[in-house]
Design a protein around this ligand. Sequence first.
Ligand code: PEP
Length: 258
Amino acid sequence: MTRGLVVGNWKMNLDHVEAVHLTQQLVSVLASRPAEHVEVAVAPPFVDLRSVTSVIEAERSAITVVAQHVSDHEHGAFTGEVSVAMLKRLGITGVLVGHSERRSLFHMDDAVVATTMRAVRRGGLRAIVCVGERLETRESGGERAFVRAQLATALDGLADEGEDGVAIAYEPVWAIGTGRTPTTEQVSDMAGEIREEAARWGFASARVLYGGSVNADNAAVIAIEAGVDGFLVGGASLKAESFGAIVGACNDCYAERR
Ligand code: PEP
């Protein structure tokens, strides 16, 4: 059985000195509470990646490091962008693709999500593709079709690159950073839709994560009742204690499922 996956998205927080500090704290929290059923990953800002991987290597920690974004181009005149090859050279193993903040603030539409997914998978990195509806879409009852369409565009034609390298994060836009979470039934329903849609494109065993205001208090209930395979965590990943507690909740849930 595969392990759960908990990813901490640090967003545009922590300079490289602060990032080293948090990584050291996280290594020690995870060493004191081993979570053998969960893979733990962090997604620091680009400028922190090397420092964070250095700490992890030096500590021989199993934490993996993913980037928050990557260009869909291989190289060239794309000022401000970073390529898949550059990330691989740094020892980065995966990338978040299509986070809602990239979609809403940086014009990353479904077509760019799709080309980025191809660049990531063909380049040999793992992708954590983010999908999720806005509040108005949920209120109008269109959330299932919306998320399925996002996923179809992202996964179409990718199966040849291998099924293992894709995880899917369901992040309703209205739950990100708001303190508001869907009911566990809503998460569970959407996880079912996502699994069905993913299977249509050759990703039947992709891990489905939930993201949106997950914290140390609600993680256990969501993990157990919604039946997701882990979490994508924003705010609560900036403190080693709260992130460690979320990892622990996911680990307990996976241990039960075995
Ligand atoms: C996120 O940024 O992916 C996220 C889920 O943020 P938060 O946990 O802060 O809602």
